[in-house]
Design a protein around this ligand. Structure first.
Ligand SMILES: *Cc1c(COP(=O)(O)O)cnc(C)c1O
Length: 289
């Protein structure tokens, strides 16, 4: 399932840009989408090498990571369980998780904070259980994300990605360092107070001058939007034909557009945006469109 691949890089027709490209990781798979495929690749390799056949992980009710883990487990013949933050609900994402055979354990916000403890309470005696952190955050996940860099068909002045845990960003940075590129990596935080991402990233790979963290494009916080962002998404998708999700990739493309308007990015700069997928998350916000 995790065979070698090269998701396409496409040029985007989006004024005023004449040198804007997108790495279409959203096309990798509809359910094991974008960076979640990259992240799970070596996590699953490690789990199966250790003879673990039961993946146990964590997420919110609209988590792309849960759907991806559920689908990946089903396709590789593994069992999957997820602790879902908050009271029992159903929605499009959790329906998919159930269809893929994932067992869901709804957990109040208080207990959800201590993930290791929760895991221990339920699975300490299950020798086949394998702990996967929320969002798949781990060094293995970063190794998978670093592979994006070696697939690139050209050199870019700037690469952009959206960040939640920062693992994808750390992987990209490690890839840039490994291949000794002088590309700037711009990380756009999808969360409020995103400066913690600097520590997360540098716990995986040394932060270097290549790294630019943007913490001011959160639009109120994780999974929050403003009318301005919704307007941007409609306009962007109408002009380019590219779907973006309000939680992550829309904030990244907004940042690219804003930095261009402010003159920080220039007309001749060659820019690559990583489309990390996650389009299903849009269904959580259907009343906004
Ligand atoms: C999960 C996700 C991210 C965040 O990735 P991290 O490695 O946690 O920073 C970014 N974009 C999309 C579409 C996602 O689903």
């Amino acid at each position: 399932m995790f065979e070698k691949l090269n998701s396409p890089v496409e040029q985007l027709n989006y004024a005023p840009f004449s040198n804007l490209f997108v790495k279409r990781d959203d096309l990798i798979d509809p359910f094991i989408s974008g960076n979640k495929w990259r992240k799970l690749k070596y996590i699953l390799a490690k789990a199966t090498a250790a003879n673990k056949n039961h993946l146990v992980t964590f997420g919110g009710a609209y988590s792309n990571h849960l759907v991806a883990t559920a689908a990946a487990a089903a396709r590789t013949g593994l069992k999957a369980t997820a602790f879902v933050r908050g009271e029992a609900v159903n929605n499009e994402m959790l329906m998919l998780c159930r269809l893929f055979g994932m067992e869901l354990i709804f957990t109040d916000r208080e207990s959800y904070r201590s993930k290791k403890e929760l895991y221990g309470n339920y699975f300490a005696d299950d020798p086949e259980a394998y702990f996967i952190d929320e969002g798949g955050a781990s060094p293995e996940a970063a190794i998978g994300c670093a592979e994006i860099i070696q697939e690139l068909p050209a050199r870019y002045d700037h690469i952009f990605c959206a960040a939640g845990t920062g693992t994808t960003a750390a992987g990209l940075l490690a890839g840039i360092q490994k291949h000794e590129l002088d590309t700037n990596l711009h990380v756009v935080s999808a969360l409020k107070g995103g400066s913690f991402l600097m520590d997360e990233i540098s716990s995986i790979t040394p932060a270097s001058a290549h790294l630019h963290l943007h913490t001011e494009y959160h639009f109120g916080g994780y999974a929050k939007t403003t009318p301005d962002l919704i307007y941007f998404i409609k306009n962007f998708t109408g002009q380019t034909g590219l779907l973006i999700d309000p939680v992550y990739t829309a904030k990244m493309f907004y940042a690219i557009t804003d930095l261009r308007q402010k003159g920080i990015l220039h007309q001749d700069d060659k820019i690559l945006a990583i489309h990390t997928g996650g389009l299903l998350g849009m269904f959580g916000m259907k009343d906004k469109f």
